[in-house]
Design a protein around this ligand. Structure first.
Ligand code: ATP
Ligand code: MG
Length: 281
């Protein structure tokens, strides 16, 4: 259970996040919506302590996250993985190494820099890539991938952190509809199969409605909606999005029957073994 109490973040004269209180049970998939500047990123960044709250508390399993420092903060960041709109891969490194950097939290910085990853960690990373239909790219340089592929690799990197929470800041905002669907399906699968809580800032209402158990609406840093998608009325959505309503409604993903990860991109057990051997040689 993630519990946020009276969380506030102020910048100069204004509150980016204003007195937000929420409880999020483990395993929920939550969409955070709101117009540009509403405070969505600031809220996520406080949860993994990329930003420090001005006031209020964040509790996870009864620990006050806002007060963590040093090793405890490092451990918290391991269990609270984040994916970004721009993927944040290291372009000149291969895909597998990018994924393995997610192990850094479990590993110590020095051995990670020396790329001293064990065979089982490499196999684990390949398995994570395979879940995203990306194992065939393991030895490819990351900057040769398409945007959708990069985001799938970024999710695999988050997975090898073995997080309890996955924070996704506009994970599909740079993607075309097909890749957006593949990435959202992947987040949903991870949420369901692994019981990882997913909190995603989403730009389009349709996506939030389609994938999330719960929608949180922010307006000027204030929580104005918190409930299941079916309770979010059109009037409320229009109020949340204000001048951006047209865009938020029209950019919705179509519900065409697109496949998730194409079957031909999934590997057999034998392929997995071969990849893991190759990557060690
Ligand atoms: N480091 C900062 N210094 C000053 N103001 C900031 C800083 N970060 C965010 N803000 C302000 O806080 C408010 C909320 O920003 P935030 O990035 O959280 O919004 P958002 O909902 O994620 O918007 P978007 O949809 O455009 O990504 C904005 O007014 C923004 O200008
Ligand atoms: Mg943002």
């Amino acid at each position: 259970m993630l519990k946020i109490e009276h969380l506030t973040k102020s910048f100069a004269t204004r509150n980016a996040v204003s007195d937000i209180s929420l409880s999020i049970p483990q395993g929920q998939m939550v969409g955070i919506i709101g117009r540009s500047g509403a405070g969505k990123s600031t809220l996520l960044r406080m949860l993994n302590r990329l930003a420090d709250p001005t006031s209020g508390s964040i509790y996870f399993e009864n620990r006050d996250i806002a007060k963590l420092s040093g090793k405890a903060l490092y451990e918290w960041r391991a269990s609270c993985a984040m994916v970004f709109q721009q993927f944040n891969l290291v372009g000149r490194l291969d895909v597998l190494t990018n994924v393995l950097t997610g192990r850094l939290y479990h590993h110590g910085i020095m051995s990670s820099m020396l790329q001293m990853f064990s065979a089982s960690e490499r196999a684990f990373a390949i398995k994570a890539l395979d879940r995203l239909g990306m194992a065939h790219t393991a030895l490819q340089q990351a900057d040769t991938l398409s945007g959708g592929q990069m985001q799938r690799v970024a999710i695999a990197r988050a997975l090898v952190q073995q997080p309890k929470i996955l924070l996704a800041d506009e994970p599909i905002a740079s993607l075309d509809p097909l890749n957006a669907k593949i990435v959202m399906d992947a987040l949903r699968t991870i949420n369901r199969e692994d019981g990882i809580t997913v909190l995603a800032n989403l730009h389009t209402l349709d996506t939030a409605r389609t994938y999330c158990d719960r929608i949180i609406g922010l307006q000027d840093g204030v929580l104005v909606f918190d409930g299941p998608p079916e309770k979010l009325t059109l009037e409320m959505a229009r109020e949340i999005y204000g001048a951006e309503a047209e865009e938020a409604f029209s950019e919705g993903m179509t519900s065409t029957a697109l496949a998730g990860v194409p079957a031909k991109e999934r590997l057999t057990e034998r392929d997995l073994q071969r990849h893991s051997d190759m990557s060690m040689s």
